[in-house]
Design a protein around this ligand. Structure first.
Ligand code: GDP
Ligand code: MG
Length: 458
């Protein structure tokens, strides 16, 4: 196949399956020509009136047969998503009709778009940079409004602008260094202290963004929170209460949950992946034992824990074992079964785990379960970082780290008395990483990697 970026492309842009409406998108030099072939305006209104709806029929031009009604909308390159001629045709959301429309379009000279090709063209034509393209795909795939918010800001260019500012600052420092190298006696450039403090600033700002990756990853993928505790403390009951549905099996017999169960919980739009584990208790049989060791490894890998204690029984060895074993994890100590007579020595446990978040709940009656969700958000949830300063991709993190390392090296050389030429050399080395970050350097590998993740029609 001889595919090229000069081809006019066509695809269904709405999801596969039946729906009220479905959208076909055509982009490229022949977009209007193709649209005119397969779409017949109802009245005399022209299809090429930019930004206007043109009502009409999807037609099979060979048979002169009408197949559906809908409307077409033409976008001039200056205002279109791809920066090419674009026509969008909205039809009924019938997979048969939409596929037929694409087939007819292909017959009349378009070719099927590759996944992400509309956005790729937008990128290649300078409509958006690679960070924005990545963000658009993230937005489409977001699993919570929290993620979507970050991606929306970045699709609008917030992160790109931040990085462009870093570039401007670096160039300014370089220009100043060059001035003082060229006219040393005229006191034109920045003093060494000034250069030092500006490097410090850059390193701090970029370092903050690098560190936001952990946050970003958490917000993109959600955090895994394991419910752990001795058998029969009410883990499965609490799991269900948090999810407000029956998911795990609850019985009055110890050791019912032998494997573990995962469910997604959204708290204020933040994604928590809850895992109900088998209890850490006396082992009666092999299946239970296997479930138990798995529970330990799930707990060890989790981002956070709810340690569930049964407050209607005195504290036990297993409780202490858990509290000690997972001391370094982010966790909440949950005293469950507050509706029963309290036999646990709660104050002693709180005293022994000073400063840790804890809460009394009744999984059975639902008392304080909403409170627990709030506490989970505070304990495990997102920090106060601004959305536009959070990065979601390893690619971005690696490049930012490279920038930070180069700048730190420049600062080190400056402080140990190297000449300004050498310092400037080091600072200049940051620029390619910035260009790669925003995608000004167009690498086939990065393009394939990023646009390969897109859906068809985007
Ligand atoms: N009274 C009371 N009983 C509870 C509470 N939470 C769980 N239970 C009961 O404790 C028993 C064990 O619960 P389960 O969720 O299976 O515990 P798991 O082994 O930790 O998963 C069941 O009979 C539950 O109904 C609670 O808050 N109050
Ligand atoms: Mg259970």
């Amino acid at each position: 196949m001889n595919e090229s970026l000069d081809d006019t492309i066509i695809a269904i842009s709405t999801p596969q399956g039946e729906g009220g409406l479905g959208l076909i998108r055509i982009s490229g030099q022949r977009a209007l020509t193709v649209a005119r072939e397969i779409f017949q305006p109802k009245k005399l209104n022209p299809i090429d009136h930019p930004g206007f709806m043109c009502f009409g029929y999807l037609v099979d031009p060979d048979k002169n047969e009408r197949l559906d009604t809908g409307y077409a909308c033409y976008f001039k390159p200056e205002l279109s998503y791809t920066r090419e001629e674009v026509v969008e045709i909205s039809l009924h959301g019938s997979p048969v009709i939409l596929n037929e429309a694409v087939k007819l379009g292909i017959k009349r000279g378009a070719r099927l778009a590759r996944p992400g090709e509309f956005t790729l063209r937008a990128y290649l034509h300078g409509r958006l940079d690679i960070v924005q393209a990545e963000a658009i795909n993230d937005l489409i795939r977001a699993m919570s409004i929290d993620q979507a918010r970050i991606s929306f800001h970045q699709a609008e260019g917030s992160l790109s602008r931040k990085i462009q500012k870093v570039r401007e600052e670096i160039i300014d420092v370089l220009v100043n260094i060059e001035a003082s190298l060229e006219f040393p006696e005229e006191d034109l450039g920045l003093g060494q202290d000034e250069i030092n403090s500006r490097l410090d600033n850059l390193i701090n700002n970029l370092g903050k963004i690098v560190r936001s990756y952990e946050q970003g990853r958490a917000r993109l993928e959600g955090l895994t929170i394991a419910l752990v505790g001795k058998t029969n403390t009410g883990k499965s009951t609490l799991f269900n209460a948090l999810l407000e549905e029956e998911r795990a099996i609850v019985t009055p017999y110890p050791g019912t949950t032998r494997d573990f169960i995962r469910e997604n919980l959204l708290v204020d739009g933040f994604l928590l992946k809850l895992v109900d584990t088998a209890g850490f208790g006396q082992v009666d049989n092999a299946a239970e034992e296997a479930g138990m060791t798995r529970a330990e490894s799930v707990a060890a890998r989790a981002d956070g824990l709810l340690i569930i204690l049964d407050s209607s029984r005195p504290e036990s060895e297993e409780d202490f074992y858990l509290l000690k074993e997972f001391r370094d994890k982010k966790r909440i100590i949950v005293f469950n079964k507050t509706d029963l007579r309290q036999l646990i020595n709660r104050d002693m446990i709180i005293e022994g785990n000073k400063g840790e978040p804890w809460l009394e709940v009744s999984a059975l009656t639902g008392e304080n379960v909403d409170q627990l969700k709030k506490l989970m958000l505070v304990t495990f949830g997102p920090g106060k970082e601004k959305d536009e300063e959070i990065i979601l991709h390893e690619r971005q993190k690696i490049l930012l780290e490279e920038m930070v390392n180069n700048l730190a090296e420049a600062r080190r050389k400056l402080q140990s008395g190297y000449g300004l030429e050498i310092v400037a050399e080091e600072i200049r080395d940051v620029l390619p990483a910035i260009s790669e970050f925003t995608g000004e350097i167009k690498s086939a590998e990065v393009i394939n990697e990023i646009f390969g993740r897109f859906c068809l029609g985007k």
